[in-house]
Structure formats: C-alpha cells, structure tokens
Design a protein around this ligand. Structure first.
Ligand SMILES: [Zn+2]
Ligand SMILES: [Zn+2]
Length: 268
C-alpha cells in the first residue's frame, strides 16, 4: 500500500513522533501519510490529545507538510470520538484544524453510574464491570447500544469510519456473542448499508489482528461479501502507534481485499 491515513503519535498514545512517522513512510515508499491522533475529549483519558496541545499538533503538521512537500503528501486529520451529548464535535474540530479528513470512532458506550465514561477498550475487568453496572450483563443490549452509536456516528459523515466492529475486541473465542448470529449480522448489515448511503469510507483496520486482540481484521472477513455487494469504498489502515506498525498486517489485508474484489481506493 502507498498510504496510511490512520496513525497516532506522541501527541496522543502513539510511541513515535510525527517526523519519525514521516521518515519511515517515505522509506516504505508511501505517497501519502495521514495523521489521526485522538481528538481531545471533555473528560480525562490517557490516550487523547490534551486540549492545550491541540494547536501544536496542527502547527507541527503544517510545518512537516512544507518540509517534506517534495517527498510525500501529508494530510491532516483527527480520530474523533462520537459522543451523543456533544453532537457538534465533528464540525467543530474540522473547522478548528482545517482538517483534510476525519476518522469517526466509538470507544465509549455510555457511562458508569458514577458518571465516568465506559471505555470499551479498557482492561477486561473494567469492561466486565461496565457490562454489569450499565447493561446488567445483558450482552445483546450492550451490542445493540454500541451499534446505535455507530449509526449515529455514520450520520455525522466522517470521511472514514474507524474499526467498525471494535466491539469484538472483548469477544475473544466468541465468549460474549457469536458473530454468525442473525441478530448480530443484521446490526452489522444495517451499519454497512448506512455507510454506503452516507458516502463514508470503510477502513479495513489491521490493528486488532497484529496486536492479537482479534483473530480477524475490523471488520471481520465474514462481512466482506456484504461490503462487496454494497460496493462500499474501502481503504486499508494499520492504526499505527509506532513506526514499526505502519505496514503491520497490511499485505494480508490487501490480499484479502483483492480476493473479495472490494472497491479499494487509491487514496482519499
Ligand atoms: Zn480507535
Ligand atoms: Zn486509532
């Protein structure tokens, strides 16, 4: 692949700085690299850009764009969490940073009784605490709520929707739900149809796979026939948090995308 639009850096929870990412991308022969640090949140997390660092983030991208303009096209983005009580987050960040693109994501599903946001990518014991305290251990109710938020996110029309079935992160060995169940397939199919009608790009995200959190990409291969049938435009991204992850899992994803003859974009 000659691009990657889903990358993190030391501005959020990435381990490499942006210039290191640029140098590595050039070495790999990329023609485009996108920066998509986690947009600041209205509450504390260790993984999002601190609000006071946001201006520096935009300024550094502008600086690198000029410095490397003859070697690579650098594009400015953010991975923005959809929060139902802050519906204007997308338009505000896009305007503020004059973003080239946005990646829309769901990492939170509602709040604990004490008001704290429920981060579904948290440690297993915290995840199970949320499932119990917020959803009374009703897994189906939790999954349905996740997809409700996914549908609302897609209606915000981000350029790209991130790791659409991120929810399976906590579903190793299909202990919580079975992706082949009709009700789960229907939720996924509705999300994919909405992606198509809202003209959003679907990413084939390799991170869960190369971090061994999932056995498959986001989205799972079992949904590729629907993606093909709906002719949804896709890109491949590695959600890299370090220079060594820029191409991680990408060749395997590319082969799979070619096997299913998906509509793979050459850029955004
Ligand atoms: Zn994410
Ligand atoms: Zn990410």
């Amino acid at each position: 692949m000659k691009y990657n639009y889903h990358t993190h850096s030391q501005y959020c929870d990435g381990k490499s700085n942006m210039e290191e990412m640029v140098i590595k991308a050039i070495e790999l022969g990329y023609t485009q690299l996108g920066f998509s640090s986690h947009a600041p949140l209205p509450f504390y997390t260790h993984w999002a850009i601190k609000p006071e660092k946001l201006t520096n983030y935009f300024t550094e991208i502008n600086y690198l764009q000029t410095k490397y303009q003859h070697k690579i096209k650098l594009v400015k983005g953010l991975e923005i969490d959809y929060l139902p009580h802050h519906p204007k987050r997308f338009s505000e960040f896009i305007k503020l940073g004059e973003l080239d693109y946005s990646i829309g994501a769901i990492h939170f599903v509602d709040n604990f009784p004490n008001g704290e946001a429920f981060d579904i990518a948290g440690k297993p014991h915290l995840f199970h605490q949320g499932l119990k305290e917020i959803f009374n251990n009703d897994t189906k109710k939790f999954v349905e709520r996740y997809f409700e938020l996914i549908y609302q996110l897609i209606e915000q029309k981000p350029t790209i929707v991130a790791h659409i079935d991120f929810i399976k992160n906590q579903n190793q060995h299909q202990k919580l739900f079975n992706e082949n169940n009709n009700w789960y397939r229907a939720l996924m199919e509705k999300a994919l149809k909405s992606i198509k009608t809202n003209n959003v790009i679907l990413e084939i995200n390799t991170r869960g796979f190369y971090k061994s959190r999932t056995t498959d990409f986001y989205p799972s291969e079992r949904f590729f026939p629907i993606i093909k049938k709906l002719d949804i435009p896709v890109i491949i991204s590695s959600d890299a948090h370090h220079i060594t992850e820029l191409n991680a899992g990408v060749n395997k994803a590319k082969n799979l995308v070619e096997d299913y003859k998906l509509n793979l974009l050459s850029g955004i």
